[in-house]
Design a protein around this ligand. Structure first.
Ligand code: OGA
Ligand code: NI
Length: 362
């Protein structure tokens, strides 16, 4: 039976393009082969769990939230650690964050299961346009791109939950029941992180807990199927996220962050979250905080699924550096703009972040 609420999300061309279409890829189709300058170098023949010992977790910044216990939580110290990590790396991993590990495992399993179901279950939710509350798609902007990325994704809005949950996938059967409460918990975690960041910037603690700046919450399940030749492809291109903050969970290698002009692997730490600040956070902070370039490599041995929570401003929101941070010595580095305009420039630039930011820099 077709779920009525999911029925109006067909693509304009009606052609459903997904990598997870039931066929095993024997070779990389031409349209997925990256130009030479974008191809990953130094990738091992088989990228799988913990393949790299060179720049590993000992160099990834880790923030310990002490499971949210108030006695152990030294606020000023955690804020300092977050700022140090962001200034040096542009991201960090978060452990003992208080989100139940079984819940995380269940959400990850459901995400994997979604991409293992028969093709028809995904194809009926397919939509190659960004702005629908629920969409299954491939690559980044399949129809508009010249070269595609080795990724399928499921994206849906999550807040307020009652408004969106009935449009979420009805299969796997437990999807709504498990993912609903998870999204509520993830919102609280994201707001807690943003409260610390606001305090660190010298803004009022609830600066980000505002109808507009964090008015959109989405969950994206990224799925990177086995790829016959990882040296020719990318799961996602080098990019910075356009939103305010992204919180990601992963259990297979593939994520890389650009640090000092070198790609470093962000190896999965069990039940940790990888936190990226988005470009809106960089703009609000007037470049006191930065958003890190990252990308995704594919691999031949283990399909990779990641779950991301994305906090974003509403499309109507006016963004710009927080006025509290500006004075004669610190003039605004960005002009004010409507988030929708920013988002459209970002997509038009095919995630080329410098190109997109150029229009908003003063
Ligand atoms: C993203 C992203 C990385 C990953 O969704 O913006 O960068 O490892 N994902 O899936
Ligand atoms: Ni990203």
């Amino acid at each position: 039976m077709v779920d009525d609420q999911n029925n109006n999300t067909n693509s304009s061309s009606n052609e459903v393009i997904l990598l997870t279409n039931g066929f095993k890829h024997q070779s990389v189709p031409k349209s997925y082969i990256q130009p030479l300058e974008k191809r990953p170098t130094n990738i091992p023949p088989s990228l799988h769990y913990s393949y790299n010992t060179k720049h590993q977790n000992n160099t990834t910044p880790i923030i310990n939230f002490q499971d949210g216990s108030d006695e152990e939580f030294d606020r000023a110290d955690i804020i300092r650690q977050i700022f140090d990590a962001i200034q040096e790396f542009g991201f960090f991993q978060l452990i003992n964050h208080g989100i139940n590990e079984e819940m995380m495992d269940e959400v990850m399993s459901l995400g994997k299961e979604f991409f293992e179901m028969p093709f028809e279950e995904r194809s009926k939710l397919y939509c190659d346009s960004r702005q629908t509350p629920l969409r299954v798609a491939s690559s980044v902007m399949y129809e508009a791109e010249e070269v595609h990325y080795w990724r399928d994704s499921l994206r849906h809005a999550c807040h307020p939950l009652e408004e969106f949950i009935n449009a979420w996938p009805s299969k796997p059967a437990k999807y709504r029941e498990v993912v609903g409460p998870y999204c509520v918990k993830m919102r609280a975690l994201a707001l807690k992180l943003m409260e610390l960041i606001a305090e660190g910037l010298g803004l009022k603690s609830n600066y980000f807990d505002d109808g507009d700046i964090t008015g959109m919450q989405s969950m994206v399940v990224n799925h990177y199927p086995l790829c016959p030749d990882p040296s020719l492809t990318l799961g996602l291109p080098k990019h910075r996220d356009p939103n305010v903050i992204t919180i990601l969970t992963q259990d297979v290698s593939g994520l890389q962050v650009l640090k000092d002009d070198e790609w470093m692997n962000v190896e999965p730490l069990p039940h940790a979250f990888v936190v990226f600040l988005g470009l809106q956070m960089q703009v609000i902070s007037n470049d006191k905080l930065r958003s890190a370039d990252h990308r995704v490599l594919t691999n031949t041995t283990t399909a990779r699924t990641t779950i991301t929570t994305q906090m974003s401003c509403t499309m109507e929101c006016t963004m710009g550096p927080a006025k509290e941070l500006l004075d004669e010595i610190n003039p605004a580095k960005y002009r004010h703009y409507k988030y929708q305009d920013f988002f459209e420039s970002y997509m038009a630039a095919s995630l080329d972040t410098d190109e997109a930011l150029k229009h908003y820099k003063l």
